[in-house]
Design a binder for this molecule. Structure first.
Ligand SMILES: Cc1cc2nc3c(=O)[nH]c(=O)nc-3n(C[C@H](O)[C@H](O)[C@H](O)COP(=O)(O)OP(=O)(O)OC[C@H]3O[C@@H](n4cnc5c(N)ncnc54)[C@H](O)[C@@H]3O)c2cc1C
Length: 320
């Protein structure tokens, strides 16, 4: 099977989620990767170490700060030339935008937000959550058309890089037709903390924090353990956190190693965004809060007491 992986990068480094795509069981597949943007040449070694046989380098300024339309045209041209069986992307903002465009343009089979990928003797099937994560569906591909799959971040572990491996690098030049949209400006959202979709640990606060200032309790704890700060929609609607931190059905879908929910009730729409987390910890004053039904560890108590205690405990451990 010929597989094309859409690689994403930030500030000259492959994203952790891109590295995860190489952790899928790809069998004896011929693995291609495409990396696009300005000055991306240094990423080809990293992709080779992860297991790419060939890297298609689109080192053009026109795809550095691209619109969805530019990337669609670019990747469509590459796919038409390469003719892969499967395209793999991360279920990131880029992947969510690109994958349906590819499927529509190339009449491909699309499966998004998958949490399991099984390749068995060239038979491919995936699993994806449905009904806000209450069930998972197995998707099989019944014809030979191009398969386009986006994987939920943190569904698999990235492999250790093998420094003895390298990829053949192929420069790919695109010819872009007239665009219907142009990108005017990119405004960085700022902040040093990891994004919730990329973090291994997330500490989330809910409406019960009561104010934007009180979120400093959550931030202090998160910073000490290298976590991202998440938020329920109620806390976002109340203006305590920016929308980019919202976890859930109408926010971001996350799957970290550890998810610590502080004063979050666990409404179905919140669970839809975090129930595939590996270990869920909940702190809530209400022992009947629905969040405890999905939590592996639960603390019934006041977050304004518990979170500072945990912060102190981590500080002490770090000092020792
Ligand atoms: C179409 C739709 C989409 C939605 N999408 C989302 C989404 O993407 N994400 C999302 O989060 N929600 C979403 N919601 C909203 C969702 O239904 C809930 O209203 C929301 O998740 C509740 O947020 P919360 O848990 O912070 O607040 P609450 O429901 O008010 O819960 C607060 C919790 O904190 C506990 N608590 C109170 N004080 C303390 C304390 N001192 N210490 C510890 N615990 C305390 C309470 O016992 C309670 O369980 C959506 C709703 C709809 C209708």
């Amino acid at each position: 099977m010929k597989i094309l992986i859409i690689a994403e990068h930030k500030n000259g480094t492959l994203t952790e989620t891109t590295r995860e795509l190489f952790g899928l069981s790809l069998g004896e597949s011929e693995v291609h990767a495409v990396v696009h943007g300005g000055n991306v040449g240094s990423l080809t070694d990293q992709l080779g170490h992860l297991g790419a046989n060939k890297v298609h380098l689109i080192n053009s300024p026109s795809v550095k700060n691209h619109t969805g339309e530019v990337l669609q045209q670019t990747i469509v041209q590459l796919i038409q030339q390469l003719n892969p069986d499967t395209v793999l992307a991360i279920h990131s903002p880029l992947g969510k935008d690109l994958a349906p465009r590819l499927a529509a343009t190339l009449d491909g089979n699309l499966a998004t937000d998958c949490i399991q990928f099984t390749l068995d003797n060239n038979n491919l099937h995936v699993r994806r959550p449905v009904y806000s994560g209450k069930a998972t569906a197995q998707v099989e591909f019944v014809d030979e058309c191009l398969k386009i799959i986006t994987m939920r971040p943190r569904s698999v572990r990235p492999p250790e890089p093998d420094l003895s491996r390298s990829a053949e690098v192929i420069e790919f030049t695109v010819e872009l037709s007239e665009q219907k949209t142009t990108l005017k400006e990119v405004i960085a959202s700022g902040g040093e903390r990891p994004d919730v979709t990329e973090a291994a640990i997330i500490v989330t606060g809910g409406r019960s924090l009561g104010s934007a200032e009180n979120f400093s309790i959550i931030e202090n704890f998160a910073d000490l353990i290298g976590a991202a700060v998440g938020s329920s929609r109620a806390a976002v609607d109340a203006g305590y956190r920016p929308y980019r931190d919202q976890v859930g059905q109408t926010g971001k879908v996350v799957s970290p190693q550890i998810y610590i929910a502080c004063g979050v009730s666990g409404a179905i729409q919140h669970l839809a965004g975090m129930r595939t987390s590996k270990h869920i910890v909940a702190i809530n004053t209400d022992p009947d809060a629905p969040i405890f039904q999905v939590a592996e560890y639960g603390i019934v108590g006041d977050l304004f007491e518990i979170v500072p205690l945990l912060t102190e405990a981590v500080k002490k451990r770090n000092d020792n």
